[in-house]
Design a binder for this molecule. Structure first.
Ligand SMILES: C=C(C[SeH])C(=O)N1CCC[C@H]1C(=O)O
Ligand SMILES: [Zn+2]
Length: 597
């Protein structure tokens, strides 16, 4: 009878989950070995082990199909079978599977090892993305130097990945079809479990776009004031190399010379961190202490032993920050080429948020050890970082000294947060709108770069510093495109982290709507066990329930909504609107005059 069959299914899935845990542990170890020491041998070893594991997964998958799990009564048991009935890229025949692995690791190692030459000393050609090129974009205010670094990096990390990328698209689409999806775009979107998810992304952009356009107009005016109208036009997009970041995804590095009230005291956290002899280790210890103050879990001893938190000098590694679960309940790591500055203090909290999620759901079945959806996993650390980067918290830990708040300081603070959080949204949206169209075939290799820049122009209002052709492939100059990492997760994260932050601030008694002494922008949930317990309850769920249930558990809402972000930035939006009217700055942008199609 069904009851006996269901009990048999329960025993089967329990042993399958244990076996899957051992497989994922092996996969993580061989992946770690490669990305923390990029050599031919380690790349070969990684592909061999992944191939061997894929055979075992295929075997397990064929057994799982024998069960009539769709008729089971137990929701959790049905959900486990449903997730295990999706095989993934292992569905490809061995030869194609190997080719797919090789094309992705080819792109990833090209990205990780790409170097450019020094602008002033063209024989010095050993500059890496981290820390050298990142430092140029953080510090240089010479448009020619920035343009030079931008062009060299996009040639090395972008154009050189084009062949591998088009092969990866072809093979990954085949894998998607073997899993019953039309293409990889539908496969990625299925991770969000709601049928209208793509429409939800578009709706969120409509909600935030007016705020972005006001901020974009204000920044373009300030950049034109600084660099002149021959470098920054009055009504066009902003040249991408002038925004303090290789991809123009966060503009925090131009804050010092564009902030609304320049005569207010300069709050240079980076300088204070260096003056106080901060080290990467101290940054990680600070973050660990914040999570513990919320009654969340301390980083286990293996974390401190096995993590890599500074760039090694004796080998090539993948420097792009990452957090790792080894699925054995005790080995969790971060790999990051940490530099002592405010931006990396935020990234440290971002990565520690991933590990806290791993710790909170580590007793769950392996198959549920994931975010409620990929965006949730990206939002945990950033939500904590919203408290950490508040003036109240920075004062608490001695990174800001002296003067209390006033209206102008608050606008400066909201501006500082806005050029990190608001400007990121169109960038993130573009990256996966581009890749959805590539996987769906509406964008062909012949017009990869044209479509990428058309989206960048229309949605983000940025343009390339020089003309582009189809010899270029600028999308791959961004890590996640070269490493096959889906990006809508960050777009989701930058929306929902404000829903999480608002809920936690209310639980911490730090935010009371309409109470001007308890404003959202001043909220710091540090040491609030009440907030921490609510966060822990949501994180413990992992992916065992559909994400609206997890969202509701923490915020009372069941949908992604821009209202948290818009409420947080309301005073800034009003100030920007008034300021743009005062200066008469054109809101929005006309199509770029640069050639890219
Ligand atoms: C820090 C990570 C590793 Se999950 C990252 O890739 N992030 C964090 C925010 C956006 C995105 C990026 O750097 O592009
Ligand atoms: Zn992340």
């Amino acid at each position: 009878d069904l009851e006996a069959l269901e009990q048999e299914g329960r025993e089967y899935i329990a042993q399958l989950d244990r076996a899957a845990g051992a497989r994922k542990n092996r996969a993580s170890l061989v992946e770690w070995a490669y990305t923390s020491n990029i050599t031919e041998a380690n790349e070969e070893q990684r592909i061999q082990v992944q191939l061997e594991l894929s055979k075992q997964e295929k075997q397990a998958w064929s057994e799982t199909k024998m069960y009539r799990w769709q008729d089971f009564q137990d929701f959790t048991l049905r959900r486990m079978f449903k997730k295990y009935s999706q095989l993934g890229v292992a569905a490809l025949p061995d030869e194609k599977y190997k080719l797919l692995m090789q094309s992705v690791s080819g792109m990833e190692s090209n990205y990780a090892t790409s170097k450019i030459c020094d602008y002033k000393n063209t024989t010095k050609c050993d500059l890496s993305l981290e820390p050298e090129i990142t430092e140029i974009f953080a510090k240089s205010q010479d448009p020619e130097e920035l343009k030079n670094a931008w062009v060299q990096w996009h040639a090395a990390a972008g154009a050189r990945a084009r062949q591998n990328f088009s092969q990866y698209v072809q093979l990954d689409n085949e894998a998607a079809q073997l899993n019953g999806f039309k293409d990889v775009a539908d496969w990625w979107l299925s991770e969000y479990e709601v049928p209208d998810f793509e429409q939800q992304l578009a709706k969120l952009w409509e909600d935030v776009k007016p705020l972005y356009q006001e901020l974009h107009a204000y920044v373009r005016k300030r950049l034109r004031d600084k660099y002149g109208e021959h470098v920054v036009s009055a009504k066009g997009p902003i040249p991408a190399h002038l925004l303090g970041n290789m991809w123009a995804q966060t503009w925090n590095n131009i804050e010092s010379f564009t902030r609304p009230y320049p005569d207010k005291k300069e709050i240079d956290i980076t300088k204070t961190m260096k003056d106080k002899n901060y080290t990467p280790l101290k940054m990680f210890q600070m973050s660990d202490e914040f999570f513990r103050s919320l009654n969340l879990t301390a980083m286990p001893e293996k974390f401190w032993k096995n993590s890599i938190i500074e760039k090694p000098t004796d080998r090539e590694i993948v420097c792009h920050a990452s957090a790792w679960d080894f699925y054995d309940g005790e080995d969790f790591r971060i790999k990051m080429c940490t530099t002592v500055n405010m931006e990396h203090l935020r990234v440290v909290h971002h990565e520690m948020g991933h590990v806290q999620y791993y710790l909170q759901y580590r007793d769950k079945p392996v198959i549920f050890r994931a975010g409620a959806n990929p965006g949730f996993h990206e939002a945990v650390g950033d939500t904590i970082a919203l408290s950490v980067s508040s003036p109240k918290h920075l004062r608490r830990v001695g990174l800001i000294s002296g003067d209390a708040e006033d209206e102008q300081t608050e606008i400066n603070q909201l501006y500082k947060m806005g050029i990190d959080k608001i400007v990121f949204l169109p960038f993130a949206y573009v990256l996966d709108l581009f890749r959805y169209s590539v996987f769906r075939g509406t964008t062909t290799p012949e017009d990869y770069n044209c479509h990428y820049w058309r989206l960048r122009d229309e949605l983000q209002g940025v343009e390339p510093p020089v003309n582009r052709t189809e010899e270029d492939f600028d999308a791959a100059a961004k890590y996640h495109v070269s490493a096959d990492v889906e990006y809508a997760r960050y777009y989701v994260s930058f929306i929902i982290q404000f829903q999480f932050h608002r809920a936690l601030c209310q639980l911490a008694g730090e935010y009371v709507p309409e109470d001007l002494t308890k404003k959202l922008v001043d909220c710091d949930i540090y040491q609030s066990v009440n907030a921490g317990n609510a966060l822990s309850n949501m994180l413990k769920m992992g992916s065992s329930k559909p994400w609206p249930d997890a969202m509701e558990a923490l915020t009372g809402q069941r949908a992604m909504r821009a209202d948290g972000l818009l409420e947080y930035f309301r005073p800034l939006q009003e100030w920007l609107h008034a300021e743009n009217q005062r200066t008469g700055e054109y809101i929005g942008w006309e199509p770029s005059k640069m050639q890219y199609c």
